[in-house]
Design a protein around this ligand. Sequence first.
Ligand SMILES: Nc1ncnc2c1ncn2[C@@H]1O[C@H](COP(=O)(O)OP(=O)(O)OP(=O)(O)O)[C@@H](O)[C@H]1O
Length: 279
Amino acid sequence: MISFSLQKTLHTAEGEMQLQVNAQVEKGKFVSLYGASGAGKTSILRMLAGFMKPDNGFINVNNAVWYDASRERDLAPQQRKIGFVFQDYALFPNMNVRENILFALDKNEPRNIVDELLEVTGLTNLATRKIQTLSGGQQQRVALARAIAKKPPILLLDEPLSAIDNLMREQLQDTLKEIHQRYALTTILVSHNPREIIKLSDIVIHLEQGRFRQQTTPALFFQNGGEASKITGNIISIDKNGHAVVLIENRLVSLPVAEERPAVNDKVEISCGDLKKLS
Ligand SMILES: Nc1ncnc2c1ncn2[C@@H]1O[C@H](COP(=O)(O)OP(=O)(O)OP(=O)(O)O)[C@@H](O)[C@H]1O
């Protein structure tokens, strides 16, 4: 069980923001942190990893105290059993794939985990390739393998799949899920992507401006009537039938408009009612 209470004054472009979050994460769960840009998601991961010091609060992991302001206890990052992949996954460009993964291990640790990780992440055939000759998705796999080489019980992921195209993203999500289950990890993922959160996580924690809004299941959070279930888009044109052409994420949809006259650039909300079986 990870339980934490974190308070920190953050300095945003609009002034000070109080980050104040309490949460409990059961061992073995896959948890996503969701919220608008600047809500404080990365700061929470950095505090859990020991890279940012909270102003107040505590972090307890499986009955060990990692941080406690009242007792002036603050474990150094290398003493916290955590694997992490942040947005800039900082691999060593002059080393090959295997060397990058090996680098995470101490001298006396068994090396056989490396072959297993190469296999799980689909990198066996690329083991001797230099990092700079790999695609972004392949590099991301190396970063993941390196993060879990020491078998940390906790894996922190800060939008590790954000710079990757949709197909590769889906494949890496499968790899992530496989790794989470195979190594019985407790994983905390920062993501803006509902599809990714629904596919991967048991629990979603919603943050708004540094504050904890709710902790629930992705199904309850994103489904009809749930907090984040609304589909919104922007009208980019009105077609010859008077239908609004709406940009929803990366799709254009032409929709009849029931009431009010829509105009180009209007932000609109779309509700879905019908369901058609495809196969
Ligand atoms: N060390 C720091 N001290 C004070 N403020 C900080 C520090 N690091 C980041 N901030 C500020 O805290 C705010 C929240 O940043 P954070 O990166 O945690 O948000 P986020 O929810 O992860 O955003 P995004 O989704 O855009 O990555 C930002 O306005 C940022 O400038």
